[in-house]
Design a protein. Structure first.
Length: 75
């Protein structure tokens, strides 16, 4: 589809330069940029909170290698 856009002169100059550098058309770069923008907007901006629970405390200090091996041998 053909359309007309008003683009700031400095942005247009950067667009032309980048299109030349990549060997692509300005239209292709603008379309790619817009698709990227729309794809990012569809992603949830925040994650669902993770569930929490009470574990009842630790059974062994994992920094103590001997205690950790001893606890693993008991299982």
């Amino acid at each position: 589809m053909k359309t007309t856009l008003n683009i700031d002169d400095t942005v247009m100059a950067q667009l032309k330069q980048e299109a030349l550098r990549q060997g692509r058309t300005m239209s292709d770069l603008v379309e790619t940029a817009l698709r990227t923008l729309f794809r990012e907007q569809r992603r949830p901006s925040s994650f669902e909170p993770l569930p929490s629970f009470r574990s009842g405390g630790t059974l062994v200090d994992i920094a103590n290698r001997d205690a950790l091996h001893e606890a693993m041998d008991r299982r």
